[in-house]
Design a protein around this ligand. Structure first.
Ligand SMILES: [Zn+2]
Ligand SMILES: [Zn+2]
Length: 151
């Protein structure tokens, strides 16, 4: 694990964030929304405590209605519109796009969710914590991250 704080931000540099403590987990999401928003086969979700996350710069939001009926607030840079993080209905955590970290070397995903909608060619490591749908309870993903980063 690196030393904290760790920082990240959007492509144009107008929005910067600081993560003051280690995240709770990092995993890949293969849902169709992540494929559309990232333009890639999956996006990397980094779960952080809201109290550990500080942002500077102007953002714009898009309220996305998930299949569950929940409204997920998606936050983007107001200038370059890079996708930075989501606010789930539970305000205690944020789901940050791990690819926006300045240094992503330490943020190795410990699992995969929504593998039921993954690309046919996407290979899932069976030794990771994998879910065919969303993880209603993220505890196994948190535990896998803790195990991978025991001091
Ligand atoms: Zn920007
Ligand atoms: Zn997703």
């Amino acid at each position: 694990m690196p030393r904290f704080p760790q920082e990240g931000g959007c492509q144009c540099g107008a929005v910067r964030y600081r993560l003051n403590a280690a995240p709770l987990s990092v995993y890949n999401c293969h849902c169709k929304d992540c494929q559309r928003f990232s333009g890639a086969g999956w996006s990397m979700s980094m779960i952080v405590r809201s109290s550990d996350f500080e942002v500077s710069g102007a953002t714009v939001r898009y309220d996305r209605r998930a299949d569950s009926g929940n409204v997920i607030v998606m936050n983007f840079c107001a200038h370059c519109h890079g996708w930075l993080w989501n606010d789930p209905p539970d305000g205690s955590i944020k789901v940050v796009r791990a690819g926006t970290l300045d240094d992503i070397d330490w943020a190795r995903p410990v699992g995969n969710i929504w593998t039921s909608s993954k690309a046919a060619w996407a290979e899932i490591d069976p030794s990771l914590v994998n879910f065919d749908k969303g993880a209603v309870d993220r505890t196994p993903l948190f535990e896998a991250w803790s195990r991978a980063h025991q001091p």
